[in-house]
Ligand binder design. Sequence first.
Ligand code: VG1
Ligand code: CO
Length: 552
Amino acid sequence: MTSSAAAEPSQRQVRLETPFSDQKPGTSGLRKSSQQFEQSHYLESFVEAIFRTLEGVQGGTLVLGGDGRYGNRRAIDVILRMAAAHGIGKVITTTGGILSTPAASHLIRSRQAIGGIILSASHNPGGKDGDFGVKVNGANGGPTPASFTDAVYECTTTLDQYSIVDAPAIGLDAPGKHAIGTMSVEVIDGVDDYVELMQQLFDFDSIADLIRNDFPLAFDAMHAVTGPYAKRVLEGMLGAPAGSVRNAIPLEDFGKGHPDPNLTYAHELADLLLESDDYRFGAACDGDGDRNMILGQRCFVNPSDSLAVLTANATLAPAYAGGLSGVARSMPTSAAVDVVAKELGIECFETPTGWKFFGNLLDAGRITLCGEESFGTGSNHVREKDGLWAVLFWLQILAKRRCSVAEIMDEHWKRFGRHYYSRHDYEAVASEAAHGLYDRLEAMLPSLIGQAFAGRTIANADNFSYVDPIDNSVTKGQGLRILLDDGSRVVIRLSGTGTKGATIRVYLESYVPSSGDLAMDPQVALADMITAINDLAEIKKRTGMDQPTVIT
Ligand code: VG1
Ligand code: CO
């Protein structure tokens, strides 16, 4: 452990010639290219607005860390010096500045911090030519609500100066206690507390026993933040052979990869599981460690199904042995979990896209598990989705049931029926073309009701809006829904996390009861709806793209 004495910092007010006009956070924090973040005063402007908006700054504790991407260390240095200038009492940061999003959420809660700043653009590529991002979490450990991020944005649009102190950079190479003026800085290992929490939730002995008995697994950390966490847990504690965790060292540019755990960007892992019989289990996490992809031998688990399976099998994990209070899913996530909730007799909520909408339900104890179709699952153990937690949950279920992933899926569908589901992403579409497509479809919605669509009839068509059941806040414009008379549906949204042009997301879902054909390829099962929405929304014509960039 190292320690350094309080330096004598000198405080400066830095004037801004003109405020920035583009610091509006999206679905999950402010995401821009690394180059935009490198403009003079750009990061400082956003951080100043955060400190002016966050409650409890004077003397409060702040958690700070990131996914290790290019810009992480510089941002930590700047934020530490700005925190000192704003009267923060203590900052908890981590060795190498490495801290996953769920681990940050846990630290905020366990250390009674006023909140945290997480440096990540999540699943977006990193490096000098990639993206950087800043997320702010509140005292409950979860993403701050729109009322907060709107206030931060407002503040940036008129900002004329920011405060910072001059002080030498704090060494992040080893745990230690430091100070900048009267503000203390504690550098801790960002993995320790998180691992302890996982041990409380799951039966590590039973999982270790599974892994010891002919259960080869492959985990792809995608050169992002989960490498050190997965190495410690899977190889160090649960006995997976060395090398089971791949791409385990976090790199500033993620090895030039796209740290998004799906079949396109994690195709090396997908090939290992889907094209060979060498592994029983495979998983990957994203840049900041909150997403997960689950694979079995020749079996891909759709994230919407994953949430349903975890819900149906929750009592196999010690943390959830007493049952669940309720569950929630984002609107575009399939209704697979709804069917399970109904059978369990628990509440099921439908929220807009983005983890911040689960916070109130979790805080109020109304839900225990929640998830999104975008490879995000989590529980009330933190206030973020949690990639490695989901992997351990699956391993826990497999350790108790001792069957294959494919068998779990087959049995699940035989019991509950199957929600055929797919998401088609059209990435980096010219902004005007994407908005034109969206606006045109939105204008058409009222006239669609009663019309034929993919051999069914459109029962309803609207733009999803949400009333939070806890604080009654209203969130409008959350995605265009075309609901068919047999329960099938198509949803179209524009992404709020992309940084290049616009990304159109098309979500397709169709339910087959347990008596129907449960073994189809989803692209085949949904083919008529795919054609129908292409025609209706003129997707090919307006984007100039024959195929989606990513199909999940
Ligand atoms: C996407 C996903 C959404 C997720 C968000 C943040 O948002 O669709 O479900 O919550 O990313 O995920 P959008 O607006 O691009 O569709 V991540 O792992 O920041 O942390
Ligand atoms: Co993420």
